[in-house]
Design a protein around this ligand. Structure first.
Ligand SMILES: [Zn+2]
Length: 376
């Protein structure tokens, strides 16, 4: 499905046109509470008031949203009588909105997760307010069921309309900015080395990395003229993972979030250099059908994208970034926690990683992450 990207400079007119064309009578707005303080919310609110379109708000979900909060959202959507879903926020808000859309027309006397997803034509627009997840560009959603990560994938989860509105990044704090940039960077890098990589996906990754290298520092210094670029970088990286899916760093980071309460982008940055290091030491365990030589040259290309001369330098670059941004391991670690973490990793996601990793190796990598040591 093709997505329509709305011009931020002319968004009021374009959005009004879309709402009119689709005969929208009510917008179900899935958003975090901070969205209400943004100028784009004011603009939407005024437009809807002028057009006599009601807005129903749903914010009853937490970061790393649960299946139960999605269920409550589906019920609220049905009761609202709205015929348009607007997802505004970070990954959590957009993922909740995607699930509400996917489940909206399912039987409500059966668990949604055990029913087959069928496409529906409820229109959905996404307005990301962090430059990180790129969720507005993917057909995936992540929710948590009894504390376990659950991935949902369906083509009708891809929002038809996307607005990258630069001013939406205005309220982000420094830590959030760092963590979300790391998430976007990890998406671009993991997509590039994924066994499912394609030349189109690699181009999206390269563009995302280029923008991050060019603008991340200014962005962190508070330069507002970079907001639009950073939203684009996250979006491009999202497009890349929509083709390839993520790999080992993502597979390993989810449990760090649930066990240690580390935000997603920070958690993925704890794993990314270490899994790259592991890969370089185990190229002979390559499972990419294009072969070990191909993998070596892909990793070199990736190092060059990061403006480094070798994989070792690229890995060091990521570690330095992590140090400078103070995104180390924040929690105290208990013995045997590496084993617990290793056992929790979803092996399906590891299948996208170009070298095979056993449970023992996962444990070793976690040990290094937890202790801050180099991977063997
Ligand atoms: Zn991510």
């Amino acid at each position: 499905m093709k997505q329509q990207y709305i011009d931020p400079d002319d968004c009021r007119k374009e959005i009004n046109m879309i709402l009119l064309q689709l005969h929208v009578t009510g917008i179900f707005l899935v958003c975090g509470k901070s969205f209400l303080a943004l100028s784009i919310h004011d603009l939407l609110h005024k437009s809807c008031a002028c057009a006599g379109i009601k807005m129903v708000y749903f914010s009853d979900f937490a970061p790393n949203p649960t299946y139960d909060s999605v269920k409550a959202g589906v019920q609220a959507f049905r009761e609202s009588g709205c015929n348009f879903i607007l997802a505004a926020g970070g990954g959590s808000a957009i993922d909740v909105a995607k699930c509400i859309k996917l489940f909206a027309e399912m039987k409500c006397d059966e668990e949604y997760l055990s029913q087959k997803i069928v496409s529906n034509d409820i229109p959905m627009m996404a307005i990301p307010t962090t430059a990180g997840t790129g969720s507005e560009a993917t057909q995936f959603a992540v929710i948590y069921v009894n504390g376990e990560k659950h991935s949902i994938e369906h083509e009708s989860a891809l929002p038809q309309y996307v607005l990258l509105y630069p001013d939406s990044l205005r309220t982000l704090g420094d830590y959030q900015k760092k963590a979300t940039v790391c998430d976007a960077l990890a998406h671009a890098i993991e997509s590039y080395w994924s066994v499912h990589s394609t030349s189109e996906g690699k181009q999206w990754s390269e563009k995302a990395i280029q923008i991050i290298l060019e603008y991340a520092e200014k962005y962190m210094m508070g330069d507002e003229s970079c907001y639009g670029q950073m939203l684009l970088a996250a979006n491009y990286a999202g497009r890349a993972i929509n083709i390839t899916k993520t790999t080992a760093a993502h597979a390993m980071c989810y449990k760090l979030t649930t066990v240690f309460n580390i935000p997603h982008g920070h958690a993925v940055m704890l794993c990314l250099p270490e899994v790259w290091e592991y890969m370089c030491r185990h190229l002979d365990a390559c499972v990419d059908t294009r072969g070990e030589q191909y993998l070596c040259s892909t990793l070199m290309d990736l190092a060059h994208c990061l403006r480094q001369d070798s994989c070792q330098e690229a890995i060091q670059y990521l570690k330095n970034l992590r140090n400078v941004w103070q995104l180390g391991m924040p929690a105290k670690v208990e013995e045997n926690q590496a084993a617990e973490l290793a056992n929790s990793v979803n092996t399906e996601r590891l299948g996208n990683f170009p070298v095979s990793i056993s449970r023992e190796h996962l444990m070793d990598i976690y040990q290094c992450i937890l202790q801050g040591e180099a991977v063997k």
